[in-house]
Ligand binder design. Sequence first.
Ligand code: CAA
Length: 388
Amino acid sequence: MVPVGIDKISFFAPHLYTDMTELARARNEEPGKYLVGIGQTEQAVVPPTQDVVTMAANAADQMLTAADRQAIDTIIFATESGIDNSKSGAVYLQRLLGLNEWTRTIEMKQACYAGTYGLMQARDYVALHPGSKVLVVASDIARYGLHTPGEVTQGAGAVAMLVTENPRIVTLERDNQFKSADIMDFWRPVYATEALVDGHFSADVYRDFFKTLWERYKAVTGRTIHDFKGFAFHLPYTKQGLKALRDILPEASETQQAALLAEFEASRVYNKRIGNLYTGSVYLSLLSLLSNSTTLQAGDRLGIFSYGSGAEGEFYSAIVQPDFKQGLVSGQLETLFAKRQQLSIPAYEQLFNEQLSGAEDRVLDISQDPAKFVLAGLQRQQRQYVAH
Ligand code: CAA
C-alpha cells in the first residue's frame, strides 16, 4: 500500500500572551507550581477578533501553495469550541482559503481527540484515492475561567496538516490502538462557554489510558520501547506528558531514558509557551519535536498519544521521513514568539470576558490584530470573517 502521512504542518496562535509567573503571583501561588509543577511558562490569549475558524485559516494559509488549494478535496475540521451547532468550520475554510468547490467539508468532535480521528480518516481516504490531498485542522480555545485551578492550563491555537501519499514529514503507521470509556472527567454542556472539569480525576484517567494502550500496543505489535526514538503526547499542560512518559521509562536502558527525556523536552518547547489547545495539542507537540530535536533522522519511529476527555485515547506510531524539515514552515513559532505582545493580568482578564457572544450586531476593531484572517463582528447573527 502506498505510504500516506503528514506532508506539511503549520501552526497559528493569536499575537497576545500572558506570563505564568505573573499569573501565579496574581493568584497567590508559588511560581514554581505553574512553571515546574504544571510545566507552563506562557499562555496564548485570544482577542475577540480571533475564533477557531480564523485561527484554523491563519494556520493553513501559511503552508498551502496554489497547487495544494486546487488538489485538496476534503477538509476535516476538529474542534471542541466550534462556533455553530449546525454549520461546520470546514465550510468557512473552503471559502477563506480559496479551495476547490468540489470539496467535502466536515467538523468532528470528541474533546481533544477529534484531530487524531480526522487524521486517520484522512490517511485511509488518501490510501484509497492516491493523488488526493486532505486538509486536517485542529483548532481550539481552552477556557476554564478566571481564578479556577484549570486557568494556568488555558491556551489557544490551531494546527493545520496536509495529508498526502509519499509525505515529506511522517508516514502514519497502521498500528493504532484505541479505547473509550463513558466517564465525566471534563465536559462542556452546550450552554457553557467554560469547561467543567474534575481535574485530578482527569489527570489520573489520562495516565491510565496511556498505560493501558501502551501495553496493548506492545502485545499486538511485538514492539517495545526500544523501537521508539521519541514520543509526542497530548499536553493539556506539559507536566502531564512527562508523568506519562515516566510511567514507561523504567522499560528503557539508562542511556535510552536520557535520550527519551531529551526528546520529550524538545516536544514541549512550544506547548509550554502556548498552553492547551485541546485538539491541536498533541500535534503542536509533534511539531515541537520535529523542530527542536537535534537527533531525529529518517526512519525514526515516534509514538503519538492522543487523549480526549469523556473519554477516548489512541496510541499509534509515525515514521520520520528524509525531508521532514522541508514540510515545516521555517522559523514559524520563533517568529510568532518574537512578535507577540505580552498582556498584563488585568488586561488578560478584561479580554477573557470580551469573547464574542450573544446575538446582537457588533463591529469589532480589527486594526490591532495583525493576523491575515480576522473576525470583524456579527451581523444578523452571522460571523463576519475578513482577510486583511
Ligand atoms: N514548585 C514545584 N512544583 C509545585 C509547587 C512548587 N512550588 N507547588 C506545587 N507543585 C506541584 C504539585 O506537587 C503538583 O505536582 P504533581 O502533579 O506532580 O503532584 C503540581 O504542582 C500541581 O499541583 P496541584 O495538583 O496542587 O494543582 P491543582 O490542584 O491546583 O490543579 C490540575 C492541577 C488538576 C491539573 C488543574 O490545573 C486542572 O484542573 N487542569 C485542567 C484539567 C486538565 O488539564 N486535565 C488533564 C487531563 S484531561 C485532558 O488531557 C484533556 C484536556 O485537554 C483537558
